[in-house]
Design a protein around this ligand. Structure first.
Ligand SMILES: C[S@@+](CC[C@H](N)C(=O)[O-])C[C@H]1O[C@@H](n2cnc3c(N)ncnc32)[C@H](O)[C@@H]1O
Length: 309
């Protein structure tokens, strides 16, 4: 069933080889396991993990430009299926899965041991930090929705390597996937499609929560003006990684904050310059909406160098 939907012959063969049902902790009917659907792989004490639609996983592999000898890091490897499939695509390469939940890691290890796959390994950890012990990687694929691209991923990626990740944007109700390529000190790329994934825990959650703590410290500041910005809030959220979204959208700056009301940003304290720098960056290098925008990510030095298309 899956084979019919996967266009690339190497990736299709990999899906045909790996028995998906072996990676489920809860049995499901085979027609469902071999359909192009999300399958629940783990559910225990409020923790859930799912295996994504095979065609989406295949598309991620294509975006990441996986080759026979790629070294791949998967963030959020769950019970191990996607990493196992990638290990068949990258037969002369190596795949590392990092998973937050140790129970799933043990399970994934035992399944690939039984199947005799020796070029895939799973480790328990917070994917925010990547997995430096086995770096560098030619591709980093996240199968969990992250609020930002950590500097660790950038450091552990080879020049020319790609990151494919769903971004948990709080300003919209979806996790659009971004494809980024490392070029020297830059990460360049664009959003490619809309997706929905489980949100990442650990440092991703903690860092987002810290923005709220900072916002609370700034709330006493006087209002200093009103701004209309041309940068869409989704783009601002990803490029700045400084938004806090609850019932309203806030930009949490270094010396002040701004609150979005309709199309206006009400500014409190000294934050106008910071906000405008994101806008002018985007006006100089970006174009159109979220999906047409080419990004330079702020944590990395250097400037945006255009699209890789
Ligand atoms: C959609 S599932 C991924 C499924 C997996 N790729 C597969 O093939 O079955 C997302 C996984 O990310 C894990 N996760 C959440 N936050 C994480 C983090 N900070 N680091 C690593 N894994 C994380 C979850 O426990 C969950 O198992």
């Amino acid at each position: 069933m899956i084979l019919r939907h996967v266009g690339d012959p190497v990736i299709a063969r990999a899906f045909a080889e790996v028995p998906r049902e072996r990676f489920l902790l809860h049995p499901a009917p085979l027609w469902q396991v071999y359909s192009d659907e999300v399958v629940v792989t783990y559910r225990k004490m409020g923790v859930i993990s799912t295996s994504s639609q095979p065609t989406l996983m295949a598309q991620y592999m294509l975006w990441a430009c996986l080759a026979e000898d790629s070294r791949v890091l998967e963030i959020g490897s769950g019970t191990g299926y996607n990493a196992a499939v990638m290990s068949r695509v990258c037969r002369r390469g190596y795949v590392v899965g990092v998973e937050y939940n140790g129970d799933m890691v043990e399970f994934a290890r035992s399944v690939v041991r039984d199947l005799g796959y020796d070029n895939v390994e799973y480790f328990e950890g917070d994917g925010f930090y990547g997995y430096s012990q086995k770096a560098p990687y030619t591709a980093i694929i996240a199968t969990v929705a992250v609020t930002e691209i950590p500097i660790y991923w950038f450091e552990q990626l080879k020049d020319g390597g790609r990151i494919v990740a769903p971004i948990n944007l709080k300003t919209i109700y979806s996790d659009p996937t971004v494809v980024l390529e490392k070029r020297g000190k830059n990460l360049v790329g664009r959003f490619v499609t809309d997706t929905r994934f489980i949100p990442a825990r650990g440092a991703f959650e903690e860092r987002y929560a810290r923005r709220y703590e900072r916002l609370k410290e700034l709330l006493d500041l006087e209002e200093t003006g009103v701004l209309k910005l041309k940068i869409p809030k989704t783009v601002l959220e990803f490029a700045s990684q400084k938004l806090w979204v609850d019932s309203a959208v806030y930009f949490v700056g270094n010396e002040g904050y701004a609150k979005l009301e309709g199309f206006n940003w009400r500014v409190f304290g000294d934050v106008e310059k910071e906000l405008k720098s994101y806008e002018s960056d985007w006006l100089d290098h970006g174009d159109g909406d979220l999906f047409e925008t080419v990004f330079r990510l702020m944590p990395f030095e250097g400037s945006m160098v255009g699209s890789f298309d």
